[in-house]
Ligand binder design. Structure first.
Ligand code: CAO
Length: 431
């Protein structure tokens, strides 16, 4: 036997309109007698509206943020009549039923009401996880942004949540966040597991330790940093002519070969001096910028075991040829798997050059806690209009990714334009 009933807001005292702050049910949910349907709040009080019957929710007439008052229709329910609900529900009648009793709890009255009356039941929208907490605890959780449905069992009587449980939950979340290699628990759904052998032959190989570590760092940076990538091209026609001439001398004197990267490092260093925010890191609380007075440049190096980023220390103190020598030594060590942790620490800014391989551009991921990274793609000859005619120029694509919490778009553009200026005419690096 069943019947449709309307559930309305009962007499809630002299408070006028109250705001719906939580709707715990949705159409189709099966609710028990006394189960919380929604929570309303005034400046001083939180109130739950319990169901007066067991049954299935037909329609929910309110949503979070709505204002309701005595008599407002909130839910229609297809009541299931059984011996239980009949005995517990005093108001069985043909006319719409209003709730006769509501648990109203304020900070003041919590001291005087019986423990069972203080408790409030919170159900998640899916109605799969019931959480027991008092309004005070619930409000406390809301203030701290804690999702109660994630704390399934409290340490109070019969698993009720206490303020202590909320504090512990928040502490745990924060320590997870600050730990280097933990995911943020930001509710990102996991990727589905696929059985690829259903579609053909497969072979499994473990990832190298470097790849596993790099993967965690990159995911962590990707999720934590609001990143923007700014693209620019530098005319390196003259720089390349100079570099090639230099290499003729270098080869003649059996010295090492200079690649464009050494000039790019020099140009980045000059731009970092002009825009010191690119040589900074955000403090852990996100409130301050820590400006560095030293200039260590990380260089992404591709090795058989994966990507590593050794750091050229005090790069600003080095000449072009010394930078080439440092890069040669570090990339050799990297490819031999002989880098020490200290070789990869202390970086201020990273350059990732794929120019030796190819590509017209890419979006590198900032190597946090650094605030920017420069991606370098392959230079190519392009026709550039000089106002009268197209001139063939060797153009180098640059991709600057920055942490938008620290760097504004305009500064990002200024910085990358400064780099191109230095590369267009490397004599500027002497100034
Ligand atoms: N445009 C055109 N040619 C370029 C170039 C560019 N931007 N950059 C380098 N070249 C040329 C060099 O001049 C050199 O030419 P020759 O063989 O004729 O002398 C050739 O490409 C190979 O250069 P290289 O890559 O060996 O040397 P490099 O100094 O440019 O780079 C290093 C050194 C260690 C950065 C590089 O070997 C490397 O590992 N790159 C990969 C980095 C990486 O994986 N980044 C992705 C990280 S994920 O974001």
């Amino acid at each position: 036997m069943s019947d449709i009933i309307e559930i309305k807001v009962p007499d809630i005292g002299d408070v006028g309109e109250v705001e719906v702050i939580e709707v715990s049910i949705q159409p189709g949910d099966v609710v028990e007698l006394e189960q919380s349907l929604l929570v309303m709040e005034t400046d001083k009080a939180s109130m739950e509206l319990p169901s007066t019957a067991r049954g299935t929710i037909q329609e929910v007439k309110v949503k979070v943020g709505d204002k309701v008052s005595e008599g407002s229709l909130v839910v229609t329910l297809l009541k299931t009549i059984d011996s239980d609900s009949v005995s517990k529900t005093p108001e069985i009648s043909e006319k719409p039923i209003e709730i006769q009793k509501i648990k109203t709890v304020t900070e003041e009255v919590t001291k005087t009401v019986a423990p069972s009356e203080k408790e409030i039941i919170i159900t998640t929208p899916s109605n799969t996880n019931t959480v027991y907490a008092s309004p005070g605890v619930r409000r406390f959780a809301r203030e701290l942004g804690a999702d109660l449905s994630k704390i399934s069992v409290g340490s109070g009587r019969k698993g009720r949540l206490l303020k202590e449980d909320i504090k512990n939950f928040v502490k745990q979340s924060l320590s997870k966040k600050s730990s280097n290699h933990q995911m943020t628990g930001s509710g990102i759904p996991a990727l589905p597991t696929v059985n690829f052998s259903k579609f053909g032959d497969t072979e499994e190989k473990p990832l190298s330790k470097i790849k596993r570590l790099t993967g965690k760092n990159l995911s962590c940076n990707w999720l934590n940093l609001p990143m923007v990538t700014q693209h620019e091209e530098a005319d390196i026609t003259e720089m390349e002519a100079f570099r090639k001439a230099l290499n003729v001398e270098q080869v003649a004197s059996q010295q090492i070969k200079v690649t464009p990267l050494a000039f790019i490092i020099k140009a980045v260093l000059a731009a970092m001096k002009a825009y010191p925010q690119f040589n900074s890191s955000l403090s852990a609380d996100g409130e301050r910028l820590i400006y560095k007075k030293y200039f260590n440049i990380g260089i992404a190096v591709d090795t058989p075991n994966g990507l590593v980023v050794p750091v050229i220390k005090q790069a600003d103190q080095k000449s072009i040829l010394e930078l080439v020598e440092s890069m040669r030594a570090l990339s050799f060590k990297a490819r031999e798997g002989k880098l020490l942790p200290a070789d990869m620490q202390g970086g201020c800014f990273t350059i990732s050059s794929l120019g030796g391989i190819g590509g017209t551009g890419f979006t590198p991921i900032v190597n946090a806690p650094e605030v920017a990274i420069l991606g370098v793609a392959r230079a190519s000859m392009k026709p550039v209009w000089d106002g009268k005619e197209f001139i063939p120029k060797l153009m180098l694509p640059l991709d600057l990714t920055y942490d938008h919490r620290v760097i504004d778009g305009a500064d990002g553009a200024r910085f990358v334009v400064a780099i191109t200026k230095y590369l267009n005419d490397v004599r500027r690096l002497l100034l």
